[in-house]
Design a protein around this ligand. Sequence first.
Ligand code: NA7
Length: 549
Amino acid sequence: MPSLTKETKSTAWHAQPLDYEVIAIGAGVCGLYQTYRLQKMGIKFLTLEAGSDVGGTWYWNRYPGARFDSESFTYAYSFSKELLDEWDWSERFAGQPETEAYFQYVAKKFDLRKNIQFNTRVASARYNEENRSWTVLCADGREYTTRFLVTAIGVLSAPTRPRYKGMDKFKGQSFHTFDWPSEPLDFARLRVGIIGTGSTGVQIISEIADKVADLTVFQRRPNWCAPLRNRPITKEEMAEIRASYDKIFARCAQTPGGFIHGPDDRATFDVPEAERLAFWEQLYAAPGFGKWLGNFRDILMDATANAEFTRFMSAKIRERINDPALAEKLIPKDHQFGTRRVPLETNYYECYNRDNVHLVDISETPILEITEKGVLTSDREYEFDLLIYATGFDAITGAYDRIDFVGENGVYLRDKWADGPLTALGVMTTGFPNLLTMAGPQSGSAGQNFPRGIEEVINWWSELLEYIRGNGYTKIEPKQELEDAWLEHVIKMGDGALLGKEKSWFSGYNTNLDREYKPRYLIYMGGAPRYRKRLAEQAQSNYSGFNFS
Ligand code: NA7
């Protein structure tokens, strides 16, 4: 991969005009909307995208069963009434092909592809104080200069494979879920092994269990999975949804996660037991994240209240699995419900009642190595034709670590963030002027129903960009006080929540990297309304937390 040196441009390059006013990296959910806004502003910009088309997450994650956990109609962009009027969702929780088609439709409708350069992976970006610009170097050697650099590089876009001995020896087909091949796989005669039981693994297992010859699931720790309850949206329902979009988006704006599901006002123990159970039955029978995000207000804050619901969910899992010993293996014992990301599922637990599906608890019989034929555990060797690594991501900061961002005084961003991210409202970081980290660590958008957070933060930054241009500024950077205050606030909010402390990608936990944890909170836990207020305060105070020159 090429590296950025002063020699990459002629010595007098800083006297030359910049190639662009803005370069955005990424044309996924965030980058696509950024592209739309920049195009509307009529400024000279370019969006760089590693994939061959738009969609980001929905472009890369094409594994069987990949699907929304957000209600489709809450995941749509809200910025264009015309778009809302034109697009029909076919299911309450749309599958990947439909979602990818949606983003392609958006790109076509607004003619966004003309400003996106595909198949272009950014290798490094260096800030030049001489002319207050960034030089962006791509993996193919192309180089561009820009005043502002906007990252829309995804929250879960840096996949991590396990580091088992012998992974290169396996003679069958193997890949990480993020690198799922585009050619269809004929599963019918395949013996499949899958490692990982997060949201991705759970979706794949449920989808392929009845399509493969044999499926062996290697589970390190079970998750608290809950029913998705997907169903088609009829034409009549779509018309009703369309007529209610204003209300739907207003509702999402009120809830901490940007979903239609927000916490119930009541505290668990204020509600008599029978009523409590009836409420939980209702949540369990209803679609989506209600069980997690629409529960009593203290369920995700108070471990004692949570223990009651955890008991309820354990019973639900037991009911669905024929073999009681197997059920116990699938019930998490090391963490309470909802303290890690809850995978939503369709018939996941029932898969384990099938003769062709086997669970290997690798907390009991660890994987020793990958062999030519398959997987060797401390117990025996398993033979496969296909081995799937559903082992997750170097979340939130992983995509930043993989690009050499070099700020003032030659400081690398990954070094500045070595002990965890330091940011101002999650949108900028000191020492890296003119670098905007959209959906970056500690921003409000990373942990919520993504498009809702994204539209908000891109709108905020677009107004800020107008302000900068209107005043003829060429440089913006956050004040140290804002960064310090934001860290303090992020920690305070994180300390009050159960989510984010458990070992999961929310807390930067990943055993496939050189370190298991990323220190400091990666995600802002204060909720979308509070985050929006903080952004608005900055705009109202003429961005008092930032220095301009
Ligand atoms: P997750 O949720 O991070 O899940 C990864 C899974 O892989 C999880 O079960 C891990 O077990 C397991 N894992 C990771 N490394 C290993 C190794 N080395 N050996 C065995 N098992 C391993 O990623 P997903 O892709 O499922 O979901 C990510 C998000 O995408 C999801 O939350 C949605 O927001 C969309 P562990 O639990 O760490 O013991």
